[in-house]
Structure formats: structure tokens, C-alpha cells
Design a protein around this ligand. Structure first.
Ligand code: TYD
Length: 139
């Protein structure tokens, strides 16, 4: 998936090594799998199906999201239009560049969202008000 109006938000394949003896799969993320250096890793779990996470944009941070288990939807909003992407495979990840509003919803039971990000935690990098996000996009 490449959507021209979403600053190259892209679903990337994560290399998968299937065990020849049927012992399952192994996926690996290396330096060249994603286009930024990972500075922090966090994960969401035990999210009720009725809850929404995210609801913000980042001024500079880039992010790579993977449904390690289960599924959830990522709604991307560039200030003009919205698209929804379902993540449900541990060998696919969604690259979200900076400057895109995101909301995560419809978490399945047991869903785990792994998040690899390009920066340390900095509340000043967040835009948490949608009106402020629209102003940020105008600048
Ligand atoms: P937030 O980024 O708002 O979560 P989400 O977008 O998934 O709903 O973070 C929720 C809370 O956790 C908020 O108080 C900030 C804190 N937090 C940290 O302290 N460190 C972190 O690395 C992250 C991602 C969040």
C-alpha cells in the first residue's frame, strides 16, 4: 500500500523465515527493513475492543507498527482525508511518517501492537488536539 496523499505511509513486508520442519515462523527487522534508526520500542496490549488509542500526530517522530498478535485498524488522517488500514499479520508493518494524525481502533481480543519509533519519548513532539493538527498542516 502506498498512498500518495499520506506522505508515503506504507505497509512494508517484514522478512519471514519459515521453519522447514514445521516449527513455525521467525520474522526479523534489521537496519535496512525500515528507514529510520530505532530509538525506542513500546507495545500496546489488553486494549478493550471499544477503546481507541493514538488520537495524535507527531511533529518529527517516525513510527513502524506491527500487529504481533491479533488485529486492529489504523486510521490515518492527513487533514484532508482519512484512510483505514487493518494490521493483522506479524510479517507486515505500517510505516507512519511524521506529520500524520493516527487513531488505532477495533482491537481484537489478544491483540498486541508493537511500535518501533525514531525518537525517545518527548511530549513536546506530540500534537494531541485535532484543531492544532490542522493548523500545523497549514504552516
Ligand atoms: P500515548 O502516546 O498517548 O498512547 P496512545 O497514543 O497509544 O494512546 O501514551 C499514553 C501515556 O503513556 C501518556 O501518558 C504518555 C505515556 N508514555 C510514556 O511515558 N512513554 C512512552 O514511550 C509512550 C509511548 C507513552
Amino acid at each position: 500500500m502506498k498512498h500518495p496523499d499520506f506522505s508515503n505511509a506504507t505497509v512494508l513486508s517484514i522478512p519471514k523465515i519459515s521453519d522447514p520442519d514445521g516449527r513455525g515462523n521467525l520474522s526479523v527487522i534489521e537496519k535496512d527493513t525500515i528507514p529510520f534508526v530505532i530509538k525506542r520500542v513500546y507495545y500496546l496490549y489488553d486494549v478493550p475492543s471499544t477503546s481507541t488509542r493514538g488520537g495524535h500526530a507527531h511533529k518529527t517522530l517516525q513510527q513502524f507498527l506491527i500487529a504481533l498478535s491479533g488485529s486492529f485498524d489504523v486510521v490515518l488522517d492527513n487533514g484532508k482525508e482519512r484512510i483505514s488500514i487493518t494490521l493483522n499479520r506479524p510479517d507486515r508493518g505500517l510505516l507512519i511518517p511524521n506529520g500524520i494524525w493516527r487513531e488505532l481502533e477495533n482491537f481484537s481480543s489478544g491483540a498486541v501492537c508493537l511500535s518501533l519509533v525514531s525518537a525517545e519519548y518527548d511530549e513536546n513532539d506530540y500534537i494531541r488536539e485535532y484543531e492544532e493538527y490542522l493548523n500545523f498542516k497549514k504552516d
